[in-house]
Structures are given as structure tokens and as C-alpha cells.
Design a protein. Structure first.
Length: 242
């Protein structure tokens, strides 16, 4: 960034002039993940005190252009990712097709008894064994969503034994020969619960998007997966294709 002279006679607050100047340069020259110069350096560049500079950065944080990382500095954020909701949505393929890197990390795999909504959505009896797989999904190395996958244990035993990450639906198609097709999704907002805020790297007061989906065998129409996804609302825009 070059030196910049603020206009004291413009009537525009100094912090606003600075935030506009930094925003313009970030959009032209910075990639997502890039780090801004330290605040003391920026304050010297604009010939203002640290308080005014911090106010300017706050403007950019509030607009979603950058984020502060405690002890590290200020980093440029990528904009919201378009994520389609349709019969054959795939997290990996959807985001990678738009030029993003993706990663799906298995947090836990357990066999549990089905109860309540899980049993009902999978059309199982109460207490039937289901496989519960918890995954953390990342886009461009940053947390994107946490997903709880519930599947009838009798159908997907190989998932429990061998699945270690990547696209779960691709694994089921390749190893089990089952193509999954979304039957429906329910979308709502709520505050993060449990350790979701920590996993998604957001404050506990920041709302998330919650998507409940049932995916069925495309041939038999039998439910194979009930997925409960919690997504960072600031990193996604949902496109519902009818």
C-alpha cells in the first residue's frame, strides 16, 4: 500500500476515508487469506492515531471484508460461497467447481440407537442401530460447516470401517453402489450449540444456518442418510433449485 493523504476538508470522517481507501486496495490487489499490514504501520501510513485506524478496520470487519485473528493480525476474507440445494448437491463438487479447495475431516464415528427424529426420518424403528458420523467441512482451509450424518447401520457398515474423509456421498456411491438423491431439506437459523462455535471459529452469539436433509437411494427411494448441517451464515449463500 502506498502513502495516502486524508482530506480534512471533505466532511467525511477520517476513519471512513481510511476504510474506503483500504477496501479499494484490498479488492484490487489482495487475495482471500492475505494479511494486512500491522495496525501501527497503517496508522503511520495514514498519519492518524491508533484509535482512528482501529475504527477504520472495525468498519471493514463489520462489512465482512476482513477479520481479526487474535494475536495474529487482520486477514482478508473470501466472499460467501454459492451453495446449491438440489437433488444431487455435493459439497466437494459444488465448491471445487467454483475454484475453491475443500476438505472434509471426520470428527467421530459411532454406532448409536435411533430415536425421535432420526428414527422417523430414516423410517426405522426406535432403537434400531444407526451410524453417526460427524464431519467438519472446510473451504479454502477455513471452517465452512459441521455435519452430523445418520445412516442405517445395516446398510452402511463399510462406512464405519473404512470412511476416513472426503466426499461421503462419493464414498457411498463408489464402495456401496448407492447413488443418493436429496428428498427434501429444511432450512432455519439458530445460535450455535455444543462445540459448533469453536469448530466453526465464530463467536457463540453469531447465528448459523441449519439444514436438515434426507437423502435416499435414487433407485429404491429408501432413506439412507439424515444429515444435520450447521453452516457459517457469513460464508454461504444458498441457491435453491426447483
Amino acid at each position: 500500500m502506498s502513502l495516502y493523504a486524508v482530506d480534512l476538508s471533505s466532511g467525511i470522517p477520517l476513519y471512513r476515508q481510511i476504510s474506503q481507501a483500504i477496501e479499494e486496495e484490498v479488492r484490487k490487489h489482495y487475495k482471500p487469506g492475505a494479511q494486512l499490514s500491522p495496525e501501527p504501520v497503517l496508522a503511520e501510513r495514514f498519519s492518524v492515531n491508533r484509535h482512528t485506524l482501529r475504527h477504520a478496520i472495525d468498519e471493514l470487519v463489520n462489512s465482512g471484508l476482513v477479520e481479526r485473528r487474535r494475536g495474529l493480525g487482520v486477514f482478508v476474507l473470501d466472499g460467501p460461497h454459492n451453495y446449491g440445494i438440489h437433488k444431487h448437491t455435493r459439497f466437494t463438487k459444488s465448491l471445487e467447481a467454483a475454484g475453491n479447495t475443500t476438505e472434509s475431516v471426520v470428527l467421530r464415528k459411532l454406532i448409536i440407537p435411533a430415536g425421535g427424529g432420526v428414527a422417523r426420518r430414516l423410517e426405522l424403528g426406535e432403537g434400531a442401530e444407526v451410524l453417526w458420523v460427524e464431519t467438519l467441512r472446510k473451504a479454502n482451509e477455513r471452517p465452512f460447516s459441521v455435519v452430523s450424518h445418520f445412516m442405517p447401520a445395516e446398510l452402511v457398515g463399510q462406512v464405519f470401517a473404512e470412511y476416513e474423509g472426503g466426499s461421503l456421498h462419493d464414498f457411498i456411491a463408489d464402495r456401496l453402489g448407492i447413488e443418493l438423491e436429496r428428498q427434501y431439506s429444511l432450512i432455519s437459523t439458530r445460535l450455535p450449540q455444543g462445540d459448533d462455535a469453536t469448530l466453526l471459529a465464530i463467536p457463540r452469539h453469531q447465528p448459523i444456518l441449519r439444514i436438515k436433509s434426507v437423502n435416499a437411494n435414487s433407485v429404491t427411494r429408501r432413506p439412507v442418510e439424515y444429515a444435520l448441517g450447521r453452516l457459517r451464515g457469513d460464508r454461504v449463500e444458498l441457491e435453491v433449485k426447483l
